[in-house]
Design a binder for this molecule. Structure first.
Ligand SMILES: *[C@@H]1O[C@H](CO)[C@@H](O)[C@H](O)[C@H]1NC(C)=O
Ligand SMILES: *[C@@H]1O[C@H](CO)[C@@H](O)[C@H](O)[C@H]1NC(C)=O
Ligand SMILES: *[C@@H]1O[C@H](CO)[C@@H](O)[C@H](O)[C@H]1NC(C)=O
Length: 418
């Protein structure tokens, strides 16, 4: 939040006027310890996200981003995965079977009897996971605090049993049949629109920020280019927006001054901008081309899909990938190879191997393209859920003091429509 001060000189009088922006800033952070794997879906979700599995060793650089919130009155601390690809708040119940699976002592859990604002709906639900796991719990209403701001009567799931979950989840995607926290922040007047901006900072940084209801021009290289979210057309002709997907229209690899376009002309593929996926998943044929061009390979050697690895030393190569969106006037995000060389998996025959930040998925799969954290760290992404629009610009590290703009009812206030 910034404070604007005007000095109005009228005779000897000076008066001060303060304008407050309706934005909520929260830090998001990467854990420095390992969790079991598992990717959560929104309740009643119709589309699945893919499970991320580790290779070579048990180590996995999940690198998901967490947000600290409180639930209830007085607030009970929770560290939850921040997920643009799902839409539920899911918190484990203290002392439940779920807390024997999750590190509730570290990440938090919720004790409903200690909250004066807790309201049970009496309705149970089951939240499904891609890998076949699921969590059972109850819908409840209570106050959720994010970035110090209260969201009253937020409908959330209190998980009591299940499998496959690694942590609580704060889903901030498009609303399912119930309102998300970002929807409620806007509906309750804390922010001026259902929107937020995500800045993950670089791979070496342990934290980034989410700015609900605003954007920070000191964290990206202008111009910001605005492109439509892809909806799905229903039988009756209406359009539904379920996922933050945009059109990926060209991918090129760069090596020094040599640029190689890796996609066929006319390429256009829905690509989800998902904080809840640690890597970037491309259609198999495209992933194969990019993996080969950057000197990565599949593991185990001889396999033709799945997990990719790269010598860790490649992080200092002068290679990168350009991702182009929504045609020739749309945004281009450059992802340097330094941002794609992830966890060190171990040394084989004297070579240290790292996890590569790009994986392949069968072209036929639903959601074959997911631009996860290994992509998003190179971008500044503004999600305007009210107008089904996403603004993308190249990230800016060390951009100095914040310069925050509110996103009002008319949408993202700056940038070019592509
Ligand atoms: C979030 O909470 C955890 C656990 O209390 C703490 O270690 C961490 O520093 C917090 N992170 C931020 C960004 O507030
Ligand atoms: C991670 O997921 C895979 C595939 O679902 C499973 O086989 C493995 O046991 C999981 N690892 C842990 C530590 O839960
Ligand atoms: C989930 O789906 C069931 C069956 O269609 C429906 O009754 C229920 O209201 C839905 N729950 C939510 C939270 O959307």
């Amino acid at each position: 939040m910034t404070m604007t001060t005007f000095f109005v000189l009228a005779g000897l009088l000076a008066s001060t006027l303060t304008t407050a922006q309706r934005v909520v800033l929260a830090d998001i952070w990467k854990p420095d310890f390992e969790l079991t794997n598992g990717t959560i879906l929104g309740s009643n979700a119709t589309l699945s996200k893919r499970q991320f599995n580790s290779v070579l060793t048990q180590k996995s650089d999940r690198s998901l981003y967490w947000i600290n919130v409180t639930i209830g009155t007085p607030g009970q601390k929770q560290s939850m995965q921040l997920d643009t690809g799902s839409s539920s708040v899911l918190v484990p119940a203290t002392g439940s079977g779920l807390c024997s699976l999750l590190p509730c002592d570290i990440l938090g859990s919720f004790t409903s009897s200690l909250s004066s604002t807790f309201s049970n709906t009496g309705q149970s639900t089951t939240v499904g996971f891609v890998d076949g796991g699921s969590v059972t719990g109850n819908w409840f209403y209570d106050t959720v605090r994010v970035g110090g701001k209260a969201i009253k009567s937020q409908l959330s799931v209190l998980g009591t049993s299940g499998s496959g979950l690694s942590e609580g989840v704060l889903g901030i995607g498009f609303p399912a049949s119930y309102p998300t926290i970002n929807h409620n922040l806007a509906a309750q007047g804390v922010i001026a629109s259902n929107s937020y901006s995500i800045w993950l900072d670089s791979l070496s940084s342990s934290s980034g920020t989410i700015l609900f209801g605003g954007l920070n021009t000191a964290r990206f290289v202008a111009p910001l280019k605005k492109i439509p979210v892809l909806g799905s057309t229903n039988a009756d002709g209406s359009v539904s927006y379920n996922l933050p997907s945009v059109a990926l229209t060209r991918v090129a690899t760069l090596q020094g001054s040599t640029r190689t376009v890796q996609t066929p002309s006319g390429y256009s593929e829905p690509a989800m901008l998902d904080t809840g996926t640690p890597v970037t998943i491309l259609q198999q044929s495209l992933a194969n081309a990019v993996i080969a061009a950057l000197g990565a390979s599949y593991y185990p050697s001889g396999s033709t899909s799945g997990n990719a690895v790269i010598p860790c030393a490649a992080a200092s190569n002068s290679q990168s990938i350009n991702f182009h969106f929504s045609g020739t006037s749309g945004p281009t995000i450059n992802v340097p190879i330094s941002q794609l060389v992830l966890a060190n998996l171990g040394t084989v025959s004297g070579v240290a191997w790292c996890q590569f930040g790009i994986y392949g998925a069968a072209d036929s799969e639903n959601l074959a393209t997911v631009l996860g954290d290994s992509f998003l760290r190179s971008a500044y992404a503004v999600y305007d859920l009210d107008h089904h629009q996403i603004g993308l610009a190249q990230t800016l590290h060390n951009g100095g003091a914040a310069n925050i703009m509110e996103i009002g009812a008319s949408g993202i206030p700056i940038g070019d429509d592509a």
